[in-house]
Design a protein around this ligand. Structure first.
Ligand SMILES: CC(=O)SCCNC(=O)CCNC(=O)[C@H](O)C(C)(C)COP(=O)(O)OP(=O)(O)OC[C@H]1O[C@@H](n2cnc3c(N)ncnc32)[C@H](O)[C@@H]1OP(=O)(O)O
Ligand SMILES: CC(C)C(=O)C(=O)O
Length: 519
């Protein structure tokens, strides 16, 4: 969903640099095919300018930028270049295949960078900038000039150089916060002063490019727009040098959700944001932080009971945007130790269960107990728990407690307390292994002739804290009775599964007895 257009002067151009600045961070290198796929997706999503790479970097980067340019549909395709003829020419050659190509040329303007890194005087930097913008403009109509480390540059010099590059033909002037140093108020003032003081500032679009070293890249980008800029340079998932760049999904949704505060619009189809995030994460192998704004897996997930109850009554209690706006089907209610009954009942209904009040209360208590011991509660856990609740509703023999001593120095020993028809009985037994000790305890507490035919264990979900699901089959008087039980403790699950099968035998006897007496 795109924000309804207002006027052209309020439109923010979205410039995505995932494939250039995003790729610059250690470990994020993408293959040719991955870059093509991402560029096509950004084009479809409504990104105005795609910075596809830095063509002088390598033959591979040149090829990727050229191919993205060839395949471009609506987006302008930009390439980066330093302020030297070789970079400019190579870049112009790569982007010339696009419907609209852009040469983006950068040079540092801060005293520190000019002196230490470039070993140039401000006048040399100014002359070089003018010469290279002119060179680029002789090859292409769309030229962006960037003042690297602009926010640590002197305002008087910046005004002079910006005026000169616009005169030389720069159509976009980018004022980057290269090292993530500025603050929102400062950046608004900085941008406003620059635009006001440069006499020909109306001949170019001013742009922001903010890094996240102090966690303010998104806030600073919006502040720069408030100061008069109309292009935001950003990346999907906020990837980029060091702590990254302003995240595309965050700046776009901030403008959409708080349009009262950020009264500008853009052309992004926000329903593609989730897909874009997943694609970039997969291509770079950079996981998305769980609590990342907009696209983190917890951004629309609720675990606490009070929040879940609120969301069930009206999602806007705890959600400031609808999940569908960013291409997510729905928000999720995650069951855990902080959950309440409303969410538990809702989950059971979704899974097709309808329990009576007592069964529900028992299952809820058991879910809480499970959540205290297990990190994630999956649907399979709930299923196992409720099935067991239903199956055990009429059991005459119930497990009350179990302690097992196991380890290298046998024999293993179990102590078990059972509730048999309302009476508590306790017994201790040894065994050849902990499971044998547990089953011997049951035999001591409930003497019976049934023979163990099958004992099987498997994990309900993944991880070392997964619940064990145990199946037990007992044979008695020519019939077999099978029962399943689950618990994070394999021995408790074993005891419950055995007792489940035993209860079935007892129940069968109970049903058969009156019939036998009558015959
Ligand atoms: C703020 C930014 O994100 S800018 C983009 C940064 N991205 C990258 O650097 C990724 C791609 N870079 C590369 O592949 C390489 O660095 C290249 C191909 C650009 C250059 O490689 P090399 O020629 O081996 O130079 P190297 O990277 O070691 O040093 C950079 C040189 O460029 C000069 N330089 C740096 N910025 C600029 C600039 N904007 N304009 C002109 N020259 C510059 C430096 O002063 C240095 O020159 P020197 O060799 O005379 O000292
Ligand atoms: C090339 C420029 C825009 C840059 O990446 C920066 O200054 O951070």
């Amino acid at each position: 969903m795109t924000t309804a257009p207002k006027s052209e002067k309020d439109r923010v151009i979205v410039f995505d640099t995932t494939l250039r600045d995003g790729e610059q961070c250690p470990g994020a290198t993408m293959t040719f095919e991955e870059k093509i796929e991402i560029a096509e997706m950004l084009d479809d999503m409504g990104v105005d300018v795609i910075e596809a790479g830095f063509p002088i970097t390598s033959e591979g980067d040149f090829q990727a930028v050229s191919e993205i340019a060839r395949r471009s549909k609506n987006s302008v395709i930009a390439g980066l270049s330093r302020a030297n003829p070789k970079d400019i020419d190579r870049c112009a050659e790569a982007v010339k295949f696009a419907r609209r190509g852009r040469v983006h040329t950068v040079i540092a303007t801060s005293p520190l960078h000019m002196r230490v890194k470039l070993n140039m005087t401000p006048e040399q930097v100014l002359d070089l900038s003018v010469a290279n913008v002119t060179r680029a403009r002789n090859q292409i109509d769309d030229v962006e000039w960037s003042a690297e480390d602009a926010t640590r540059s002197e305002m008087d010099f910046l005004c002079r150089i910006v005026e000169a590059v616009i005169k030389a033909g720069a159509t976009t002037v980018n004022i980057p916060d290269t090292v993530g140093y500025t603050t929102p108020e400062e950046y608004t003032r900085f941008m406003r002063t620059l635009i006001e003081r440069v006499p020909n500032s109306d001949k170019a679009v001013f742009s922001v490019h903010c890094h996240n070293d102090l966690g303010m890249a998104v806030a600073n980008s919006l502040a720069g727009i408030a100061g008069g800029a109309r292009q935001i340079e950003c990346t999907v998932n906020g990837i980029g040098e060091r702590a990254g760049n302003a995240a595309l999904e965050e700046v776009v949704m901030a403008m959409n959700v708080r349009n009262d505060v950020f009264p500008w619009w853009n052309r992004i189809d926000t329903t593609m944001l989730t897909r874009a995030s997943k694609l970039v994460s997969a291509a770079t192998s950079f996981p998305v932080q769980y609590n990342k704004a907009i696209v983190g897996r917890n951004a629309f997930a609720h675990e606490s009971g009070i929040h879940q109850d609120g969301v069930l009554k009206d999602a806007s209690t705890y959600e400031i945007m609808r999940p569908e706006m960013i291409g997510l089907k729905k928000s999720s209610l995650v069951l855990g130790k902080h959950s309440g009954r409303h969410a538990f009942v809702h989950k059971l209904e979704e899974m097709g269960y309808k329990l009576g009040a007592n069964q529900l209360e028992d299952a809820f208590v058991r879910m809480k107990a499970l959540a205290d011991r297990k990190k994630d509660i999956y649907d399979e856990d709930i299923e196992a728990l409720v099935d067991q609740e239903i199956a055990a509703a009429h059991d005459r023999i119930k497990l009350t407690s179990l302690t097992v001593i196991a380890g290298t120095h046998g024999p293993q020993r179990a102590t078990m307390k059972l509730d048999i028809d309302g009476k508590i009985k306790i017994e201790e037994a040894e065994g050849n292994g902990p499971v044998d000790a547990v089953f011997n305890c049951i035999k001591a507490l409930v003497p019976h002739e049934a023979k163990l035919e099958l004992y099987q264990v498997h994990a309900v979900t993944e991880g070392t804290d997964a619940q064990a699901e145990v199946s037990v089959r007992l044979a008695h008087e020519g019939r077999s009775m099978t029962s399943k039980a689950s618990d994070p403790d394999t021995l408790v699950a074993s005891a419950k599964a055995y007792l489940g099968a035993l209860n079935k035998i007892v129940m069968k006897h109970q049903r058969d007895e009156p019939a036998q007496a009558a015959s």
